[in-house]
Design a protein around this ligand. Structure first.
Ligand SMILES: [Zn+2]
Length: 62
């Protein structure tokens, strides 16, 4: 995924920054503990597409 695209992406829920987790192919909002999937290189930036993460999910690590 294009890093420049990541710069303009914000969480649709809290408008906060997202962290790209390349191994899992998701964008993670740490504040909301949501993982937004990336399909065919396109981030799915709808809240209903996001997967909730447990507080101890390793995707929440920096
Ligand atoms: Zn958020």
């Amino acid at each position: 995924m294009d890093d420049r695209l990541l710069d303009i992406l914000a969480c649709p829920v809290c408008k906060g920054p997202l962290k790209l987790q390349k191994a899992a192919n998701v964008l993670v909002c740490r504040a909301d503990r949501l993982a937004f999937p990336i399909r065919d290189g396109m981030p799915m930036m709808l809240e209903e597409d996001a997967r909730p993460l447990a507080s101890d999910d390793p995707l929440l690590e920096r």
